[in-house]
Design a protein around this ligand. Structure first.
Ligand code: SF4
Length: 228
């Protein structure tokens, strides 16, 4: 496992909490609009901090932090993820996990062991658009299963969850978004986020653009979901 990025203090990545965000290298998707191309392409990119240094860092910040957000890449590809989360939980921090939902067993076990407090799952689009968006083979049953699990845990009030969808004009129409939302009845909070181009994305040859702020706001209103 390789921590390839860190935000030491964030007020926006865990709703209502001050958290540190770590980014684990490696992902099983290849979304063209991905903002972290180096981290996604190369699991072995140099770590910015090793696990022991990170734990020491957290020990020194206990007074100032509520939580740790584990992002990627896709954190659930690592078999030692539960071990890391347990170490952090034992220090008293809450845990938020960002995931693309392709490892429902890992999610199920982490939730079952009480190791997660918040899960943000990316729903990439309606299921029949997944392959085109993530540009990789995907077992859609895993996505459905993870989403179903989070819906159930939210209903039982056992976990805070959100679904989120990055919206590119070239990849998703409003009618795609409507189909996607219909495919996952009774979801937790759902956030649409407009694609933003930080200058470097994974698919350098592709064309990706954002809907305007107003278009996003209106789509969110018509679809009854939140817009970030
Ligand atoms: S945007 Fe796609 S490729 Fe990038 S980290 Fe998320 S799931 Fe992986």
């Amino acid at each position: 496992m390789n921590i390839s990025g860190i935000i030491k203090s964030s007020f926006i990545d865990y709703p209502g909490k001050i958290c540190t965000v770590i980014f684990l290298a490696g992902c099983n998707f290849r979304c063209g609009y991905c903002h972290n191309p180096e981290l996604v392409k190369d699991n072995h990119i140099s770590p910015v901090i090793n696990i022991n240094e990170f734990i020491n860092f957290l020990n020194k910040r206990k007074k100032f932090l509520d939580a740790v957000c584990i992002s990627g890449g896709e954190p659930t590809i690592y078999p030692d993820l539960p071990h890391l989360i347990k170490k952090i939980k034992d220090m008293g921090f809450e845990i938020k996990l960002d995931t693309n939902g392709t490892n429902p067993e890992v999610l199920k076990n982490l939730i079952g062991e009480g190791l997660l407090d918040y899960v943000a799952m990316d729903i990439k689009g309606p299921l029949d658009r997944y392959g085109a968006i993530v540009r990789h083979s995907v077992d859609l049953a895993t996505v459905r299963e993870s989403a179903g699990l989070l819906i159930q845990k939210t209903k039982e009030s056992r976990l805070n969850c959100e679904f989120r969808t990055t919206v590119c004009r070239e990849l998703l129409t409003e009618s795609d978004l409507k189909r996607m939302i219909d495919e996952f009845p009774c979801p937790p909070k759902w956030f649409l986020q407009a694609f933003k181009n930080p200058g470097e994305i994974l698919d350098q040859g592709g064309i990706y653009s954002a809907y305007s702020k107003n278009e996003m706001k209106e789509m969110g209103r018509r679809l009854c979901v939140n817009v970030r």
